[in-house]
Design a protein around this ligand. Structure first.
Ligand SMILES: Nc1nc2c(ncn2[C@@H]2O[C@H](COP(=O)(O)OP(=O)(O)OP(=O)(O)O)[C@@H](O)[C@H]2O)c(=O)[nH]1
Length: 344
C-alpha cells in the first residue's frame, strides 16, 4: 500500500473574515491604559498552541515599558514533554528574554506554584506597603480567568472568583483585585492581588491562516467561521504532525479529504440527519471540540523557530504602515468629497 502523504500547504481562504475586534475589546483596552499607574506587574497570557499568532501588537503598544511575566497557557493541549516540545519551549523563552516566561496547565499544582513563587519574589522585592497589584491580560479565551481561579485556590485556598467558559468573551469588564498571596511579614509581602481583564483581540489579522488558528484555539466565536473549513484546517495539521500514525483511526483511514473524514465521523458517531444524510457541520464541531479537549493530537499550530518572532514583528510593522497609508487615503478621499467650504 502506498504510504500516506499529508498536504504540504492549506488552500488560500480569500473570503474568510480577518477581524474580530469588538466594542468590549476596545473599551477594555482603554480602561487598562488608565489603570496602569496603579499596577505593579503585568501577566500576559498567550495560548501555548499559537505562541506567535496570539501575540497582540495592541498590548505591545499599550503596555510597553511595564515589567511583564509571559505565561503560555494550556500547555497540556500542546505538549507531551517530547524532546521537540522542550526545544520549542527553549526557543520561545529566548524570544522573551530578559522577561520570564512560564508554561502552564491551570490544573497542575506544580505550574500554579511556579507562578505564585514568581509573584511572591516580585512582591518581596517591590516592598509595596499596600500589596502588589498584577494585571492579567491576553487574547479572548486564552485562560486568564481560569489562571486567576487556580492561583487563588493554590495561593489562599479560596473558591473561584471569576466566571470561565469554553467560548470567548465571558469576561466583559475589568474586575477588582483578587487576592492570591496573603500578607507575609517575614518576607516583606503585603499581599498579591490579581486584576482580571476582558480578552482583547488583535486589531487586524495578517492572513487567513492566522484567523483559522485563532478560531481553532477558541479566540473567535464558533459562529464566525464555517466549522467544516475549521475542521479541514485541523485535519491538515493533524496529518502534518502525525504523518506516520493515524490518530483518528477509530473514525476513518488517513485522508486529506475533509468530506470523507467528516462523513465517516457522522457514520461512526450517529450524526445523521433526515434520511440518513450526514450532518457535516455537527461532525466538524464535534471534531474541533475533541481536539480542544486534547483528544485528537497534541501540537503547536505555529512554526516555532529562532527567528520567527523577529519575522512576525517585521510583518506587524509593515502592516501598521500599510494600514496607516490606507487610513490616510480614506481621509483624503472623504475630504475630497466635501464642499470647499466644509473642507476648509
Ligand atoms: N486544557 C486546558 N484548558 C484550559 C486551561 N486554561 C483554561 N482552559 C480552558 O479554556 C477555556 C477558557 O478559559 P477562560 O479562563 O474563561 O478564558 P479567558 O481568557 O478568561 O476568556 P475571556 O472571557 O474571553 O477573556 C475554559 O474552557 C477553560 O477551562 C489550561 O491550562 N488547560
Amino acid at each position: 500500500m502506498a504510504s500516506f502523504i499529508p498536504r504540504s500547504s492549506f488552500p488560500a481562504q480569500l473570503s474568510l473574515p480577518r477581524s474580530y475586534f469588538l466594542g468590549h475589546h476596545a473599551s477594555g483596552l482603554a480602561k487598562m491604559k488608565t489603570m496602569l499607574s496603579s499596577i505593579d506587574l503585568i501577566i500576559e497570557c498567550r495560548d501555548y498552541r499559537v505562541p506567535l499568532t496570539s501575540r497582540n501588537p495592541l498590548f505591545e503598544q499599550s503596555l510597553a515599558g511595564r515589567e511583564r511575566l509571559i505565561i503560555y497557557t494550556k500547555r497540556d493541549l500542546g505538549s507531551k514533554d517530547r524532546p521537540s516540545d522542550k526545544k520549542k519551549e527553549e526557543i520561545v523563552r529566548s524570544w522573551h528574554s530578559p522577561s520570564t516566561t512560564l508554561f502552564t496547565n491551570h490544573k497542575s499544582k506544580k505550574d500554579m506554584k511556579a507562578v505564585l513563587n514568581f509573584t511572591k519574589e516580585f512582591a518581596s522585592q517591590s516592598q509595596s506597603v499596600i500589596g502588589s497589584r498584577i494585571l492579567v491580560v491576553g487574547m479572548p479565551n486564552v485562560g486568564k480567568s481560569s489562571l486567576l481561579n487556580a492561583l487563588r485556590m493554590e495561593g489562599v485556598h479560596r473558591a473561584k472568583a471569576a466566571f470561565t467558559g469554553a467560548q470567548p468573551g465571558i469576561t466583559r469588564k475589568i474586575a477588582s483585585g483578587v487576592k492570591i498571596v496573603d500578607r507575609d511579614e517575614e518576607k516583606g509581602i503585603e499581599g498579591v492581588y490579581l486584576v482580571d481583564t476582558p480578552g482583547v483581540f488583535v486589531p487586524y489579522v495578517p492572513d487567513a491562516e492566522s484567523m483559522l488558528k485563532l478560531a481553532l484555539v477558541g479566540s473567535v466565536k464558533d459562529t464566525i467561521i464555517s466549522p467544516v473549513t475549521l475542521a479541514d484546517y485541523l485535519l491538515f495539521h493533524i496529518n502534518k504532525n502525525y504523518p506516520g500514525t493515524n490518530i483518528y483511526r477509530e473514525y476513518c483511514g488517513q485522508t486529506n479529504d475533509i468530506a470523507e473524514f467528516l462523513e465517516s465521523v457522522c457514520k461512526k458517531t450517529g450524526r445523521l440527519g433526515k434520511g440518513g444524510v450526514p450532518d457535516l457541520d455537527a461532525a466538524a464541531l464535534w471534531v474541533i471540540q475533541r481536539w480542544r479537549q486534547g483528544n485528537l493530537g497534541t501540537f503547536i499550530l505555529d512554526e516555532v523557530t529562532e527567528d520567527a518572532l523577529e519575522k512576525k514583528m517585521m510583518e506587524e510593522v509593515a502592516m501598521s504602515y500599510s494600514q496607516a497609508r490606507k487610513q490616510k487615503k480614506e481621509a483624503q478621499r472623504a475630504k475630497a468629497k466635501l464642499k470647499p467650504s466644509e473642507a476648509a
